[in-house]
Design a protein around this ligand. Structure first.
Ligand code: BES
Ligand code: ZN
Length: 465
């Protein structure tokens, strides 16, 4: 028997069988975690976030993994270790969830999970089912099955669960710096992404960065009657509307000076690879009631979401928005704007350029205040580690379709931080589907995603050990 690596005594097949026979129990465990409303952004749920961390500690403990809840100045981290032969992997997932509002758009209590039959199959309905508790538990359940069958883990694993991902990870960088030695491994694995077109396994090799800015414009010192003052007094909503309308030109190009500094052209070989994926352009927008890509018109929709930067207005607040009508001329208006970043775009430099650009558009008597909401650069994964090819080679068997290396429109800043602070490459794989409604009402995770996701992790662990 080899000193390390694949011993013939640890085969995959009985692990997959164990996963199949334990699926109902695995779902019960996930339901327990989903019942804890671990909303990290809302201080009212601080105790619940803490309880979710405790739950994970004891769940890891139940499969022989020594784990601890680690306090931070925000929500706790959970770190667990288990010995094993072969490569040392660091697995990351987040156990916090997004707020549930608007609650009235949910068809059930977001923290009372249930299995629902839908025309597309059985789904687990709850906040966090897909992002990211269900995904996190696919890895844990694969480890549980492996341990149950073989009495040990397929390789050495460090588990690292965060409770602040959905609120900008304020404690993450200090925690990585302070615990770098403990967290170092050969490669990081993150399960917080989705399948390609809800169907084919995807290893995401690039993530967009994210910059968040809130602008508050103030005109008159108080709300005014729009008949008494309208015409003479400058309305800050009028100014905000113009500023926001100026973000893009008619071709979808973003107008903030220096915005495109550091945006690379898509390398022809990547473009060719993406073109070869057979992306269903009509279906992608058609599924959400749209037909025409709204970004930079000289790029494909796939490029718009994977390799091009964006400016999006996420929310506007100001004036009278209640029922009925009120002729008010408001004192203040605010807007939240986020930018998805690619390549070498520098979020901190961009924040300054954006603020300058807004200020140059303000007429007399209107002043601006800005609030910063997160700034993380894009990251490009190196796929040199053998785990990438080993993983790609085995996922096809589970999903009936070859795995692809793809881009990703979302942002997972921790992947870049693993590189910067731990020197670790990250492999991003996940089983979410485009219609999981993450961050939205009626979030769900397909039972298929959960079941095949667990089986996929068993296959990956088997392939890389
Ligand atoms: N799981 C998502 C990232 C994601 C979204 C991956 C869609 C693949 C497809 C993650 O939890 C998330 O929502 N990230 C935020 C950024 C974070 C810094 C708040 C995002 O992308 O908006
Ligand atoms: Zn997530």
């Amino acid at each position: 028997m080899p000193a390390h690596g694949k011993g013939a005594h640890m085969s995959l097949k009985p692990v997959l069988d164990q996963i199949d026979s334990d699926l109902d129990a695995a779902m019960e465990r996930l339901f327990d975690l989903l019942r804890i409303p671990s909303i990290s952004t809302d201080p009212a749920f601080k105790g619940d976030v803490d309880r979710a961390a405790d739950w994970l500690v004891s769940d890891l403990d139940s499969i022989g993994i020594t784990a601890t809840k680690r306090p931070t100045t925000g929500h706790p981290m959970v770190v667990g270790h288990v010995e094993g032969n072969g490569p040392h992997v660091l697995f990351y997932g987040h156990y916090d969830v997004q707020p549930v509002d608007p609650l009235e758009l949910w068809d059930r209590d977001p923290f009372d999970p249930a299995i629902e039959e839908t025309p597309k199959g059985r789904v687990i309905r709850a906040r966090g089912a897909s992002d990211d508790k269900g995904q996190l538990m696919t890895f844990v359940e694969a480890c549980r099955a492996w341990k149950a069958v073989h009495g040990e883990m397929p390789c050495r694993i460090t588990f690292f669960f965060e409770g602040e991902e959905e609120s900008g990870s304020p404690s993450l960088i200090p925690f990585l710096k302070e615990n770098a030695d403990e967290l170092k491994a050969d490669i990081a694995l993150i399960c917080d992404t989705g399948l390609f077109e809800s169907r084919a396994p995807a290893i995401m090799t690039q993530l967009r960065g994210l910059l968040g800015e809130e602008i508050v414009l103030t005109g008159p010192s108080k709300d005014l009657h729009s008949g008494m003052y309208g015409g003479a007094a400058m309305n800050p909503i009028r100014v905000m509307s113009r500023v926001l309308a100026n973000l893009h030109d008619d071709t979808g190009r973003i107008q903030v000076p220096h915005f495109y500094d550091g945006v690379p052209d898509l390398p022809p070989e990547i473009k060719a690879q993406w073109d070869g994926l057979g992306f269903d352009y009509a279906g992608f927008l058609g599924d959400v009631g749209l037909s025409k890509p709204a970004g930079e018109q000289d790029h494909t929709a796939l490029e718009m979401i994977w390799s091009r930067p964006t400016a999006e207005i996420n929310g506007i607040k100001g004036g009278y928005t209640g029922d009925g009508f009120k002729t008010v001329l408001p004192s203040k208006v605010s807007a939240k704007v986020s930018f998805r970043l690619v390549g070498q775009q520098d979020p901190h430099a961009l924040r300054e350029h954006f603020r300058e650009w807004v200020k140059t558009q303000l007429p007399e008597d209107v002043t601006a205040e800005f609030h910063a909401h997160g700034a993380s650069p894009a990251s490009q994964m190196s796929t040199d580690h053998p785990a990438f090819e080993q993983t790609r080679a085995v996922l096809g068997e589970e999903w009936g379709e070859e795995a692809a290396f793809t881009g990703c429109g979302g942002s997972i800043p921790v992947a870049g931080y693993f590189k910067t602070y731990l020197g670790l490459d990250t492999m991003l794989v996940g089983w979410g589907k485009d219609d999981d409604q993450i961050h939205s009402p009626n979030e769900k995770y397909d039972v298929e995603s959960f079941h095949k996701g667990i089986r996929s992790w068993a296959r990956i662990l088997d392939a890389i050990r």
